[in-house]
Write a protein that binds this ligand. Structure first.
Ligand code: ANZ
Ligand code: ZN
Length: 844
């Protein structure tokens, strides 16, 4: 064996062998039990970053370990390849989004391969490939036929200068990212998926996901947002010209009904719209409300604005009490009923509104009855307490008061309790080019007509230009003009493309089964699904996971897949972080651009001083990224993988440091020396080393259990300990065996050196295919036990004895105890009761 491990040669050699022998190809027909290990597939942004390396290393360790444990493992990789950045690149640099994307995929695939991940590359897919998105179109049509897709008007961000729809991320501080124009809201016909039909099952389904982080389940639960509420009707004191008798409001706080000081309608409410017809001032106010983007954050922070309609409604519990009716910008039409009653003391939006328009702020919830008259100042109080200033509700707690008001409303017929969901239907229309075309044709005569299946995929045209803003599919000279599949008349293709979250809602099914003529084979897909362990970033904890869960259930409902939940186990890993560096003039500097001189950090280029900032997630904006590729060049894949696993628990952040990667590199070299020397030296030995054997078997068990639990850093620590024990042990057969076993134990983590050492030690075939060593249960139990020594049932001392010691030996030891002798005052015990391995009780 060579004296040093040379990753530059070894990495490539083993990667080629795994590739050529198809080591990591998953066989659908395998008789072995199946395991499906999946990491969230990457967006092909250009280069692999450290976050990818960490994520994929974790998945790879688990996948390789499961293979060694005898599972048929599916561990695939692909590309979430549609989306805005490709269009931005097209606009900025004039490259076609497809060209840009495929070039990135080629680069990143090569980078991933250099890390030696045990992936089934034969199943690689890219969502921008018609061979993928054509099947997605077929599934969309299946859902359409199943009644789970519909079309309605919905608001988009409209850039009035560029005359185009903007994605939320293209709206910056309320302005178009390119034109700088103030963005407006506009209504467009758009496609929706009926995820709200599944709200209940998506919520209750969370209970069964024991192997998901609690925080993710909670986030999903909050997003779905089931709450008890109440709807009730307000009657106008004097009806408006349009003639309505009143309107319905929705509240989750019926207990605060005596704290009401106004009612408010959404600008889109039919009554507001009717008022605008007659009154230009109302129309102008409504138009004003349309300004500003559609992001939740923007709606939340926008200044509260209202228009006093001059109308009044009657309080449902007091015929003499009138409340003014406003039109208010913060009331949304697509939630509840699009109308509210405002309680300034206990709702922050209402508080801001009331402060601005001089409306009363009346406390109806207080910490105690004594604080009934304490003014509500500064901000609304939405805490719990006791109801005050509320007539028959006074003294009740919030929950009891809610129930009481609902009871009263239902008895008197002016309102009723309801269940409400925060979850909205999923709007999947995007007015963009680089996405899956929605396979629908619009015909004047026949309406919306699905594209016939034999005409799928509806491919994106290649000849598009990005020199003017907007959706190139709209202005393409021929693409959208088609014959209606029903009547043959002139018709128009849908030019919207699907939200890229649709692409990632079923890729795990396509990985499991990818026939050419349909999206997947149900039987084969079901033989792999659900994914046993899914690993990815917590930033996908809500939308991606919810959409994938929905898609799976939707396919089940239309009879296409017998699976409830797509991901049985979920793990969200921490970030890779790094120190940040700043030059004196405030410029962020990359770690490459700084060095230490005389113990001080300086900028390489200028020699100027550098300030070290906080340790933060690696990001382009802070310039604190470290590119994995040169690190792999320098240290090899195994050192990088080892470092990724070793320094922090996987759910926590991992701080990148030069020192730590060097530590990993030294360990890889140490493993090499140990195997090289140890395997040679064993011939001289021939003796059994019982403590080392025990350590070895305990390590086998611990490493396996820790990998299963994804506690990779603990598994790494177990392996360090074993390496230390082997180093200290004199040559022997046990030592040789320990080294051989250790090669298998490290194989999932540092597979290249493991293959190299396995081959050198005369191992059979590939270590990747070798069985995981079995721990001998007899060697796992500790050989020492703790014995309680009692006198008349009272604990006097504890002893440590070899396990299985005979009764007489334990009795002797107990009597030899000083504490016992003192307690017995020299007298012999009348009786001795021994429970082997547990206790000795002396009766005095
Ligand atoms: C009276 C009240 C008093 C309210 C109070 C809150 C606090 P969540 O809990 O998020 O579901 N609301 C109802 N429909 C609305 C709409 N279309 N647009 C904007 N706001 C609307 O929110 C429910 C609460 O939000 C409802 O309860 C209502 O205000 C408001 F101390 O009614 B509440
Ligand atoms: Zn037609």
């Amino acid at each position: 064996m060579a004296s040093r491990f040379n990753p530059a040669k070894a990495d490539a050699r083993w990667q080629k062998i795994w590739d050529e022998t198809g080591t990591f190809r998953a066989a659908d027909e395998s008789p072995r039990p199946k395991a499906y290990i999946l990491e969230m597939f990457p967006y092909p942004s250009g280069r692999i970053h450290m976050g990818h390396v960490r994520n994929y290393t974790m998945g790879d360790v688990l996948a390789r370990y499961r293979r060694m444990k005898g599972f048929e493992v599916l561990h695939p990789m692909g590309w979430d390849a549609f989306g805005m950045p490709a269009e931005n690149a097209a606009m900025e640099r004039g490259v076609h989004p497809g060209e840009w994307t495929w070039a990135n995929i080629a680069t990143m695939r090569a980078q991933l391969k250099r890390l030696g991940f045990g992936l089934d590359w034969s199943r690689e897919l890219a969502t921008c490939d018609p061979a993928y998105y054509g099947h997605e179109q077929a599934l969309f049509l299946d859902l359409f036929e199943g009644g789970l897709v519909y079309r309605r008007q919905s608001e988009v961000n409209w850039d009035p200068v560029d005359m185009t729809v903007l994605a939320n991320e293209q709206v910056i501080d309320g302005r178009g990212w390119r034109s700088g124009a103030l963005v407006e809201r506009r209504k467009l016909d758009q496609w929706f998926l009926r995820i709200t039909d599944f709200a209940d099952e998506l919520l209750t389904g969370l209970d069964a996901l024991d192997d998901w982080p609690e925080k993710v389940r909670l986030m999903q639960q909050n997003w779905i947002g089931k709450s008890r509420g109440m709807r009730f009707r307000f009657r106008f004191a004097v009806p408006p010209h349009s003639g309505e008798a009143g309107f319905e409001v929705f509240t989750t706080r019926p207990d605060t009904i005596f704290g009401a000081s106004f009612a408010a309608l959404s600008p889109d409410h039919p009554i507001a719209q009717a008022l605008a017809q007659r009154d230009p001032a109302v129309a102008a106010f409504i138009a004003e409300c349309k300004k500003g983007g559609t992001t939740a954050a923007e709606l939340e922070t926008a200044e509260k604005k209202g228009y006093d309609t001059g109308l009044e409604v009657v309080h449902p519990l007091d015929a003499d009490w009138r409340l003014p009716v406003y039109i208010a910008n913060f009331v949304l039409m697509d939630y509840g009923t699009g109308a509210i009653f405002g309680v300034p003391a206990h709702d922050q939006r209402d508080f801001e509104f009331a402060t601005k328009y001089g409306l009363p702020i009346r406390r109806v919830v207080a910490a105690s009855a004594e604080e009934a008259d304490k003014p509500v100042e500064g901000e609304a109080e939405n805490g719990d307490g006791v109801i005050v200033n509320s007539r028959f509700l006074d003294g009740l707690d919030v929950e009891a008061a809610k129930a009481e008001v609902v009871l009263r409303a239902e008895a008197d017929g002016w309102g009723e309790g309801t269940t409400v969901w925060r979850l909205r239907d999923w709007g999947v229309s995007r007015q963009r080019y680089w996405g899956t075309p929605i396979p629908i044709i619009h015909c004047e005569t026949c309406g919306t007509v699905p594209v016939p299946r034999d005409q799928l995929p509806v491919k994106l045209p290649d000849d598009v230009a990005f020199d003017i803003p907007g959706n190139p599919l709209e202005r393409h000279p021929t693409w959208k003009h088609v014959a209606c599949p029903k009547c043959g008349g002139q018709a128009r293709r849908e030019t919207d493309t699907l939200d890229t979250f649709v692409d990632s809602s079923w890729y795990f099914i396509r990985f499991a089964s990818q026939p050419g003529d349909r999206p997947y084979d149900q039987g084969v897909a079901q033989s792999w699904l659900p994914v046993d362990q899914y690993i990815g970033g917590v930033e996908h904890a809500i939308l991606h996971l919810l959409y994938a869960r929905f898609w799976t259930r939707a396919l089940k409902r239309i009879g296409r897949l017998e699976v409830d939940e797509p991901f049985r186990g979920l793990f969200t890993q921490g970030m890779v972080t790094h120190e940040t560096y700043r030059a004196a003039d405030g410029r962020w500097l990359n770690p490459d651009e700084v060095e230490t001189q005389d113990g001080r950090l300086v900028e390489v280029a200028s020699g100027g001083p550098v300030e070290t900032g906080r340790v933060e997630k690696m990001s382009k904006s802070k310039r604190n990224t470290v590119d994995p590729e040169p690190i792999v060049d320098q240290y090899g894949a195994d050192a990088v993988r080892w470092f990724m696993l070793s320094d922090s628990p996987p759910e926590r952040d991992l701080e990148w440091s030069e020192a730590a990667i060097q530590g990993a590199w030294r360990f890889v070299q140490r493993l090499w020396r140990l195997t090289a020397e140890g395997l040679g030296a064993a011939e001289a030995g021939g003796i059994e080393n019982a403590p080392l054997r025990r350590k070895l078997h305990q390590t086998i068990a611990a490493v396996g259990a820790n990998i299963e639990a994804l506690a990779f850093n603990k598994a790494v620590a177990n392996l360090y300990e074993l390496a230390n024990a082997i180093e200290k042990a004199p040559p022997s057969e046990t030592r040789r065996e320990a080294i051989e076993v250790m090669i298998r134990l490290v194989a999932p983590m540092v597979p290249h050196i493991a293959e190299e050492a396995w081959a050198a030690s005369g191992g059979d075939g590939l270590v990747a295919d070798a069985p995981w060593p079995e721990a001998d249960p007899a060697l796992l139990v500790d050989d020492k036990v703790t014995i309680a020594v009692q006198i008349n049932g009272k604990l006097r001392d504890t002893l440590t004895a070899p396990k299985g010691s005979p009764r007489e030996a334990l009795e002797q030891m107990a009597l030899a105890s000083e504490k016992v002798a003192r307690a017995l005052e020299g007298k012999p015990p009348r009786k001795v009761i021994v429970v082997p391995d547990r206790l000795v009780n002396l009766v005095a």
